[in-house]
Design a protein around this ligand. Structure first.
Ligand SMILES: C[S@@+](CC[C@H](N)C(=O)[O-])C[C@H]1O[C@@H](n2cnc3c(N)ncnc32)[C@H](O)[C@@H]1O
Length: 216
């Protein structure tokens, strides 16, 4: 099935194919998103007209390039965070080569330290960092997402993937449980790649707090 759908999946930037080929047998980096997820992220950015996109987990910049091409179309910007020093240099180089260094800003550091210091409000937040960050940063990311914005998390079917280390699935399972019990979000899981959970922020905190006070 994948072979068939990939026949139709053109890449939004020529560097994407090179990165796919070159990273296929590297074991010094974590895997990038699948091209169909890259395309889907590009679609969501364009569909929502998102101009402020935050990514946790840059890797070598593969997903950032998909997002970067999309914000080029909407007139926006991507901020992407990763704590890996060596790949940071690679990311800077890749963004120049992709022609996107003016719209994608890579930040080097721990997301758990950088995110709480961010003051902006985001239209789309893509969580693809270390899986332990998913539950850990849940509240911080929710707070920084605009009402009507999308919180997208990758790898959220890890819990039911026997090839994945069990602890990673524990984190993503905890994340899904948080998301699906949160009435401020309207969410679904899609079996794209290793699964993505897409959540629309339908209520802000204030409404949520008021509802809790009224009911309780
Ligand atoms: C799955 S990779 C990201 C792949 C990238 N989104 C892509 O598709 O091209 C996860 C990344 O999260 C980074 N990471 C893990 N823990 C982190 C943390 N605490 N703060 C920032 N980055 C972190 C890793 O260095 C790794 O590059």
């Amino acid at each position: 099935m994948l072979d068939y759908l990939r026949l139709f999946l053109d890449r939004d930037n020529p560097l994407l194919i090179n990165l796919e080929v070159n990273s296929a047998d590297r074991n010094d980096i974590q895997p990038s998103v699948e091209p169909e997820l890259g395309k889907f992220l590009g679609l969501l950015v364009r569909l929502t007209g998102a101009t402020r996109v935050l990514e946790i987990g840059t890797g070598i910049g593969y997903s950032s390039i998909w997002l970067g091409e999309a914000v080029r179309a909407t007139g926006g910007k991507v901020v992407t965070i990763d704590n890996h020093e060596r790949t940071h240099k690679e990311v800077l180089k890749n963004l120049v080569e992709a022609g996107l260094s003016d719209v994608v800003e890579p930040l080097l550091g721990n997301a758990e330290e950088i995110v709480p210091a961010l003051t902006d409000e985001w239209d789309i937040i893509f969580q693809d960092g270390g899986k332990y960050l998913y539950p850990l940063l849940y509240n911080e990311l929710f707070l920084r997402l605009k009402q009507g914005g999308l919180l997208i998390a990758d790898d959220t079917l890890f819990r039911v993937n026997p090839d994945v280390r069990k602890q990673l699935g524990v984190y993503t399972d905890e994340y899904n449980k948080r998301v699906f019990s949160d009435s401020r979000l309207y969410s679904t899981i899609l079996p794209v790649g290793h699964g993505i959970t897409v959540s629309l922020k339908v209520k802000n905190d204030m409404e949520h707090d008021n509802a809790i006070q009224k009911n309780g």
